[in-house]
Ligand binder design. Sequence first.
Ligand SMILES: [Zn+2]
Length: 429
Amino acid sequence: MLTGRKYRLDFTPEQGEFAERIGGACRSVWNTALEQRRIYRRRGGWIGYHDQARQVAEAKDDFPWLAEVPGHCLQQALIDLDQACARHGTWKVRWKSKVANPPSFRFPEGGKITVERLNRRWARVKLPKLGWVRFRLTRPLGGKAKNATVSRDGEHWYISFLVEDAVTPPERHADPGSAVGIDRGVVKVVTRSDGRFHHRVFARDREVEHAKKLQRDFVRTAKGSARRKEAAGRVAAMARKVRRRREDFAAKTAHTLATGFEMVVFEALTTKNMTAGVEPRPDPEQPGAFLPNGAAAKTGLNRSILDKGWYRIELATRSRARYTGTHVITVNPAYTSQTCNVCTVVDRKSRESQAVFRCTSCGHIEHADVNAAKNVLTAGRAEFAQPRPGVRAGARKPRNRVGRKANRQATAAQSTATAGSGLAGIPRL
Ligand SMILES: [Zn+2]
């Protein structure tokens, strides 16, 4: 199966600087190519990957900073852009900014990547133009690398390999028939239908206060100043620390769930429950209206510090499930918190408080989240017993990288019209 392996690189200062330049070139290529696509679209035309790749190759003669970096990384940036545009539309794909997008670039050809083990702790990888780079071998690579992505997170550089580990998925889960429903929440991050919880505090109250202070400090600094850069670094470092805890928690929870159960049922996340925890305040002056609660202002903090990582848990479980033969399914979350799991009566009033469910019909009392998780499991069993064809989440039809036939023809028409002008339509960098 294909799997990911991430290690911290030990660049020499020169390699670090060069990597920074490769990342910069890929970002420029992304932004320029996106701008070009938009210009074409405004004129009613279309330009695709092949033309853009050719133009980048040609531009290397004029721009030494393009010529010095590995060409495959630039091509990969164009492929990524092509896929992003196909998936989200040319107008929704975003620019890459130097501040918001740390450098990241991919070497798409596994055949050009050589990995050697040096000793028990260290290995080295040979990357095109970067040469040999050492990295701490925190776990075995476990197979042949199919590609490698180099990225910087804060002050450190990392390499992620896509590895074919030659493991075949099991025919059936080790514990056939076992199933669990999951309720994701704020008070407990994960509540299971069997009454167990998985919880961790990702940021203690003191840390949240500290993050708020760092955020305030950042806002007070002047744009473009050295202080601002420093303040931004501190905000990012704090966010990184919290994110690591979240990632660790998600991985461990996913492992427990996937090894323990043949079926794991989540409630499908909606925009509404994704932003839970930020409740609007009723306006006392105007009944029915709500006051702004600073939610927009807090979005950054919510995302980086207060986020519970609900989606990450699901992703991690799906990833782990491939190795254990677990089925991960999602069900409609409607009424799971208001339905009695014993008598199935739906009543909003049954949810007595945040923590307690007391059925208004049969009197059943249970922890509110456990009751919800049980309903999620019930819904999951029903769904799994009768899978509806075409409705279940699954493979998206793969898109042709070059676009549809009509698009190809449009491109051909455009490129003959603009042939000979080099980087036609691309604003000069
Ligand atoms: Zn009941």
